[in-house]
Design a binder for this molecule. Structure first.
Ligand code: ADP
Length: 290
């Protein structure tokens, strides 16, 4: 539901006499302002705010969380309200309080992720609308096949935006890679719902002691793209990967494709944060198209 005042959103979603008593900053995000909001009855909620123009960003985040929630496979915070209030847009959701991790935390999370990757999808690659990957637009134009989707909607737009970092030789390699992607990638049996931005910071522990997903950049794609991203910034513990393999969602040869999937995220980081990511991008370009 879209509201034009935060107080009204609180009243309509939490009770007509509820009021915000306290708002405390939560640190750790890199795009939005985040707060824990305590109501007069002690209820704690999670609030994100940004400039008014970010309403579409929050709509996409809410829609992504809702798509994951609908699979019934992995927990996500419940969205309470979206809206604008004076000089900000906001997203109000359930506060994930961070309990004690259950004993088989990583095994359970791997099984739940595999279940999400096995959930019914509409049958195309992409999503019904574009969304965001970090602060950059993520193109989700529906495609019938995975490899053309990954080429046209993932690598190509990021490579184009990164042209200024590339030498003429690098540009040639990028072109070669795009024209030869089917030599390296494989088509999955069918599209799977992906979180889309699955690094460890986008998984938090709920008070049920299990891993909950936040901040998605969802689309229908190859599950390997999610798995690859878990390995990009530090990786998850080995028992997560064993349990995911046991759940039967990992195909042979995944390790040969992993870095190509992560090239998308590294290019995104290059385009967002600058040349610190160029070396990693060029290593992958050279490996696949050198
Ligand atoms: P950003 O959109 O700026 O990247 P995040 O979604 O990463 O912000 O959130 C900022 C911080 O708040 C992170 O430390 C994250 O773990 C935490 N967080 C995110 N969603 C919730 C939630 N629903 N409940 C409690 N903490 C949350």
């Amino acid at each position: 539901m879209f509201f034009t005042s935060l107080d009204k959103a609180v009243r309509e979603t939490c009770g007509s006499s509820r009021k915000i008593k306290e708002k405390r900053p939560v640190f750790g995000g890199d795009i939005n302002e985040a707060y824990s909001v305590t109501l007069d009855d002690g209820t704690v909620l999670f609030l994100k705010t940004n400039e008014p123009g970010s309403a579409s960003f929050f709509e996409a985040e809410a829609e992504g969380l809702e798509a994951i929630r609908r699979t019934g496979a992995v927990s996500v915070p419940e969205i309470l309200a979206l809206g604008t209030d004076k000089d900000v847009s906001f997203l109000l959701m359930e506060f994930i309080s961070g309990g004690q991790k259950i004993k088989d935390y990583w095994e359970v999370f791997a099984a739940e992720l595999a279940a999400m990757h096995s959930a019914e999808t509409p049958g195309y690659y992409g999503f019904r609308e574009d969304n965001w990957i970090g602060a950059r637009k993520q193109v989700n134009t529906p495609h019938d096949s995975w490899i053309p989707f990954f080429r046209d909607c993932r690598l190509q737009p990021q490579l184009e935006a990164a042209q200024k970092y590339f030498s003429p030789e690098d540009r040639k390699k990028a072109g070669n890679l795009l024209s030869r992607l089917d030599r390296f990638l494989t088509e999955p049996d069918r599209p799977a719902l992906l979180h889309g931005d699955l690094w460890s910071g986008n998984m938090i522990t709920g008070n049920d002691g299990k891993g909950w997903l936040i901040d998605p950049a969802v689309y229908y794609g190859h599950p390997e793209a999610d798995l690859a991203m878990t390995e990009l910034f530090g990786g998850f513990p080995a028992r997560f990967y064993e349990a995911y393999r046991e759940a039967g969602k990992q195909e042979p040869g995944y390790k040969d494709r992993r870095d190509l999937y992560n090239l998308y995220h590294l290019l995104n980081h290059l385009n967002l944060f600058g040349s610190g990511y160029l070396g990693a991008v060029l290593r992958i370009l050279n490996r696949y198209a050198g």
